[in-house]
Design a protein around this ligand. Structure first.
Ligand code: ATP
Ligand code: MG
Length: 364
């Protein structure tokens, strides 16, 4: 009897700059992992949807043909994403042409961003021991400040008026709140901190507070507290050990997760998962960092965030043990001192990648 290897179809969108290097590294590691575990394999299809292509063709995701790019994506089990953006295309164009349409078309309304200090790395905070910083930021990923509502009014010739309207809905808030409570409940400390700015923003943020109060009743075993986002930045720096699971809006969580990544050692470490919890659509996994034009092409990009994102993808696809093993191997590598410059090491992207592949071979 032949054992059947489950095949997962993965759409890989490397994007721009270091996105290309780290996506290639992640594919190499995922191939090695599946080869060693043996019960599953990945069938990768690469989509060159990048700023370079945009300059040539005028679009990122191909809008026509027998199928639009977005329809094509729906046929995959998961999407692995590098990074998008290049200085010759304004950032709001690349963002609104590629990543935001994917998140909304595929109903990826949750963005999960874990942060902790990996073995062999350290926080820039001198008071912070490894176990002190272990957070999961749950970011609302479908509405709020990034809803794209607003416009520019030239009616008054003496001034230009731009509005950027946040849109919050009961459905949108409640589903992210419930996801965050469930996440908190699944963690040892069962602790959730909800972040708003409801002292200064009196409609959307107050609705967040109200729905938080309602949902809380269904999760009696979760310890909760509320913070204003400005005070939250202070608490993250001064009392990192007091936090566990954090839920915040699209914009607030975007900012807080860059801070979280920096506090855990480098923005190059942090992973993110864009999830459709209904599983009707593929979810998308990407490091939180951007295309980093300043270091692109130098071979020194830190691939750790890309590997961690790959582990989260493996976990979402149901291979918990393989995901855990991948993280153990990854931390064995950082612990052995094989790290890129941003983590205080001197290894190249390639050296870290090869060290991880060797470690997977040794351990699994
Ligand atoms: P985006 O708008 O896509 O978030 P950004 O311009 O805000 O991008 P990044 O591209 O994330 O920012 O880069 C910010 C800084 O962090 C840069 O100086 C970059 O070199 C550094 N950086 C980002 N990712 C990595 C990485 N994987 N390894 C090493 N350094 C990185
Ligand atoms: Mg950024």
């Amino acid at each position: 009897v032949h054992s059947v290897r489950k095949v997962f179809k993965i759409a890989c969108i490397p994007g721009d700059g270091i996105g290309v290097d780290i996506a290639e590294a992640a594919v190499q590691v995922l191939r090695k992992l599946s080869e060693r575990v043996g019960s599953f394999e990945f069938d990768f299809t690469t989509f060159d949807w990048s700023s370079r292509k945009y300059k040539e063709l005028g679009y990122y995701i191909h809008p026509d043909g027998p199928e639009t790019g977005m329809e094509e994506l729906k046929k995959f089990d998961s999407i692995y994403f590098g990074a998008v953006g290049w200085p010759d295309v304004p950032d709001h164009i690349s963002l609104w042409s590629l990543i935001l349409p994917i998140r909304s078309s595929l109903s990826q309304y949750v963005n999960v961003r874990p942060t902790r200090i990996l073995r062999g790395t350290s926080s820039p905070l001198s008071n912070c021991k490894p176990g002190d910083l272990d957070w999961i930021i749950v970011r609302e990923n479908s509405e709020g400040e990034y809803a794209g509502h607003g416009g520019i009014t030239h009616a008054h010739s003496s001034n230009t008026v731009a509005t950027e309207v946040s849109v919050f809905t009961r459905v949108g808030i409640e589903r992210i709140m419930r996801f965050a409570f469930k996440t908190a409940q699944s963690r040892p400390r069962k602790k959730l901190t909800m972040v708003t700015k409801s002292n200064a923003q009196r409609y959307g943020m107050v609705l967040w507070d109200k729905i938080y109060d309602e949902v809380k009743g269904d999760f009696a075993d979760v310890e909760t507290d509320k913070m204003l986002v400005d005070a939250m930045t202070v608490r993250m720096v001064l009392r990192p050990e007091s936090l566990d699971t954090i839920v915040a809006t699209n914009l607030h969580a975007d900012i807080l997760s860059d801070l979280a990544a920096a506090l855990s050692g480098s923005i190059g470490i942090a992973p993110s998962s864009n999830l459709d919890p209904t599983r009707n659509n593929p979810s998308m996994f990407e490091p939180i960092h951007g295309s980093a034009p300043d270091i692109a092409g130098k071979g020194i990009a830190n691939p750790v965030g890309a590997f961690w994102s790959a582990a989260e993808m493996v976990r979402w696809l149901g291979m918990e043990n393989a995901a855990d093993s991948l993280m153990t191997c990854l931390e064995n590598v950082t612990d052995s001192g094989i790290k890129t410059k941003d983590l205080g090491g001197s290894s190249s992207t390639k050296e870290v990648t090869e060290a991880l592949c060797t470690e997977i071979e040794r351990m699994m």
